[in-house]
Design a protein around this ligand. Structure first.
Ligand SMILES: *[C@@H]1O[C@H](CO)[C@@H](O)[C@H](O)[C@H]1NC(C)=O
Ligand SMILES: *[C@@H]1O[C@H](CO)[C@@H](O)[C@H](O)[C@H]1NC(C)=O
Ligand SMILES: *[C@@H]1O[C@H](CO)[C@@H](O)[C@H](O)[C@H]1NC(C)=O
Ligand SMILES: *[C@@H]1O[C@H](CO)[C@@H](O)[C@H](O)[C@H]1NC(C)=O
Ligand SMILES: *[C@@H]1O[C@H](CO)[C@@H](O)[C@H](O)[C@H]1NC(C)=O
Length: 314
């Protein structure tokens, strides 16, 4: 990864990548990148010794470029715009020999990625990011995280790669090993394209970003012989990886059919609950939400509703 970055740094400083050093009449095409709006973009031409006259052609418009050709054979484009993107070539005007072909691409250097992290289960944190402005150019992302506060205490502040499902994609996932530390991990997402690099940072406080998925398989059933009661049962969200080590607490929200009013119970740690004092012969709609039992982070979204009515004597 270090060499990729070095290479991209080189692109940034030189703005020009040679696709290859070999030369044939058809190939290669050099790629050159320029920032949209740049006042002067210079396309250079390797004029042979003796300094023959050079002609520039824009292959996208199939026109010979008359404005901006300099004495040294280079071409200066003013006020870079998308309309100037495309393939250019310079030719020896006397022999017609192509001296260089350039593919000019316009865009922007990346801005700092804006990062958001969430955990649906200890100890895994998923982060994703966006760029406020489309760079219009191929842009890669490198994501790493460290525990910089360990550094401060003289211990090793190892830098780990934040695993991206697809290399260069807009998300990654990391595993927090120092789970009960009050010091956060620091995620560094660096966006790189031929015009520049920019890094964004996110402090991962696991106890703030933990939010389970909603409970699953909520069922509601009458209790034989008991009026005005309903038994509610559910499962911890299957994405919650270690329920035995990290229990969840639950709240239950219920409402009478046809009513817009809800009631919500106090948090409980079991995965079942008996609702009492409800109306006879009326259907109730019930949902459950989950949260880390230490009250860290946020409640999940509400589960899918389940419905039922209490037992009634014949
Ligand atoms: C480029 O932009 C400047 C400032 O906006 C303007 O004065 C100039 O005429 C433009 N040049 C061309 C070739 O469009
Ligand atoms: C993290 O993201 C991956 C891939 O999108 C997903 O499979 C996984 O369930 C997520 N895990 C957590 C804990 O957020
Ligand atoms: C962030 O990551 C980039 C690329 O991996 C690196 O060059 C940069 O130094 C890092 N920044 C910090 C503050 O760690
Ligand atoms: C919920 O029920 C479905 C279908 O019976 C099952 O596949 C799934 O594993 C259950 N979820 C949990 C968390 O047990
Ligand atoms: C509770 O009220 C909200 C709106 O306030 C509604 O969206 C939801 O469906 C209701 N829940 C139940 C279980 O009726």
């Amino acid at each position: 990864m270090q060499w990729i970055l070095s290479l991209l740094m080189f692109l940034l400083s030189g703005l020009i990548v040679s696709a290859s050093t070999a030369w044939t009449s058809e190939e290669p095409i050099d790629c050159q990148y320029a920032r949209l709006g740049e006042a002067r973009v210079v396309l250079t031409c390797p004029v042979p010794e003796g300094g023959s006259r050079v002609a520039w052609k824009n292959h996208t418009t199939s026109e010979t470029v008359l404005n901006g050709v300099q004495k040294d054979g280079s071409l200066v484009l003013q006020n870079a715009s998308l309309a100037q993107e495309g393939e250019y070539s310079c030719q020896d005007a006397s022999t017609g020999q192509t001296l260089r072909r350039i593919h000019l691409r316009m865009g922007y250097p990346p801005e700092k990625p804006s990062i958001h992290c969430r955990s649906i289960s200890y100890p895994v944190v998923n982060c994703s990011w966006t760029l406020a402005t489309d760079t219009l150019l191929p842009t890669s992302f490198f994501a790493s995280y460290s525990f910089p506060w360990r550094h401060r205490h003289g211990l090793t502040g190892d830098v780990h790669q934040c695993k991206q499902a697809v290399a260069g994609s807009h998300s990654c996932s990391l595993t927090v090993l120092q789970m009960f530390s009050t010091d956060p991990y620091m995620l560094n997402v660096t966006a790189v394209n031929p015009l520049g690099t920019a890094s964004g940072f996110f402090l991962v406080f696991l106890d703030q970003i933990i939010q389970p998925d909603p409970p699953e398989n909520v069922t509601v059933s009458p209790i034989q012989g008991k009026k005005k009661t309903l038994h509610v049962q559910w499962k911890a969200p299957s994405s919650w990886l270690y329920p035995e080590y990290f229990p969840l607490q639950y709240i239950i929200r219920y409402s009478r059919d046809g009513s817009r009013l809800n009631r919500t119970t106090r948090p409980i740690e079991q995965t079942s609950f008996t609702l009492t004092g409800i109306r006879s012969g009326v259907t109730y709609h019930i949902q459950v939400a989950a949260k880390d039992f230490l009250d860290n982070g946020e409640y999940s979204a509400w589960s899918l509703p389940a419905s039922g009515a209490s037992w009634e004597p014949e």
